[in-house]
Design a protein around this ligand. Sequence first.
Ligand SMILES: NC(=O)c1ccc[n+]([C@@H]2O[C@H](COP(=O)([O-])OP(=O)(O)OC[C@H]3O[C@@H](n4cnc5c(N)ncnc54)[C@H](O)[C@@H]3O)[C@@H](O)[C@H]2O)c1
Length: 489
Amino acid sequence: MIQKHYFTTFQNHSQSLVKKKFIFVNMKIENITCIGAGYVGGPTMAVIALKCPEIKVTVVDLNKERIDLWNDEDLSKLPIYEPGLADIVKQTRGKNLFFSTEIDKSIKQSEMIFISVNTPTKTYGEGKGQASDLKFIELCARQIAKSAESDKIVVEKSTLPVRTAEVITKILKSSKKGLNFEILSNPEFLAEGTAITDLLYADRVLIGGDSTQNGQKSIKALVDIYKNWISDEKILTTNVWSSELSKLVANAFLAQRVSSINSISALCEKSGADIDEVAKAIGMDSRIGSKFLKSSVGFGGSCFQKDILNLVYISKSLGLTEVSEYWHQVIKMNDYQKNRFSSIIIKSLFNTVSDKKITLLGWSFKKDTNDTRESAAIYIADKLIENKALVSIYDPKVSEKQIYNDINYLKTRSSSDNKKHLNVHKNVYDACENSHAIAILTEWDEFTKLDWGKIFSTVVSPAKVFDGRNLLDNQKLEKIGFEVFSIGK
Ligand SMILES: NC(=O)c1ccc[n+]([C@@H]2O[C@H](COP(=O)([O-])OP(=O)(O)OC[C@H]3O[C@@H](n4cnc5c(N)ncnc54)[C@H](O)[C@@H]3O)[C@@H](O)[C@H]2O)c1
């Protein structure tokens, strides 16, 4: 009944106020728009569409190529690789999940709008290298202000500096259309590679909103969506600022654990202790816990570095120098670990890798994703190429085009120079043939199942493996004849 009434009034100009204010009276969400069809927007909205079949979910993006791939009949072409994602898209796309470039139209039709656009580190001007670049967020707010013809609930899904909601509110209010906009913070805690499981079985859903009546009603509207599959006790509601800050802090704490264990890996290598044994011993202490204690070549991904840098910047801006320096050290330790790994390769190849073929297995920043942003592999390849190595790469999910984009993006040398020193292979055995060293940079399961005996027969002696993920069975490799270096061993 209510729905019918709504659509009748939609047509009726004289009753347009009813429609404009409808959302804060009935709080029934029937149409959602998500701006940003990326690693968060795509999977998150696919799961909402799956769990809320009565809601029409439209994911919009400026990037037409990306939207076309989301709409491609061939599900293997989805722009994002995540286990389980294609199956959900298959069940929902064209029913209540849509991908489109018609941003204005979708905003107009929706009661709730998620902003899920990228918030990279600024590369220019004030705050360069640390602050979040909020230009995409600002653009979204301006677009909502311009297109909206009725009240909206605007949900911050992107990770944002604390108090960004204030900026969004100011922009929305400047539209002077007499509309109501409520801003909620609902940061996303999914991890790439396990995004679908994380979304379906979230540890918690965090929703921050205002204490006003409309604020509380808006929170309830979003809670009601999540309640379709998340239990009440896992849905945490807070004020907006706590919610915004919690996301940055969560990433900082996770990355801090990685940097902590990586710092100890260097100590293990010098002292004869074994990092996996140390991690196990400390992780069994229930106060510490066992997760995120796997030593590696360094963390990557689009979030950890940028979110910590943002925290560093915010703390510094607020005059909290010690706090800022404390968190900055997490990034410095990560850079040290990446650098240390490439130096170990170079040193062990008799201090020169010039014209030597070095094979890197894995390019994505972790397994089960095709995301390469801030992947340690990029920096290791770059340093090896600087030392004139011939770098050969195999990754099961990352395209050749992406790999060249990543290395060219660093601008260390010209793209034609990169082309001379970097080769991407589709076959892992071809990638390893005639190598002076093989480095494992991503923990893809398939690397544990390779025929290492076959690889040994094709590489240059002494055959060397550098395991940047402590993935392989060292004893087995040594038995075959490889010299093996593992982090923290
Ligand atoms: N990737 C993760 O694992 C992860 C996890 C949690 C939170 N986050 C946060 O979520 C946000 C999005 O991250 P992502 O990895 O999905 O980014 P992404 O780069 O994969 O996707 C962002 C998309 O937004 C689009 N976009 C930018 N401005 C736009 C505009 N004005 N209108 C329409 N589309 C626009 C871009 O074209 C792009 O496709 C970031 O703030 C990130 O920190 C990411």
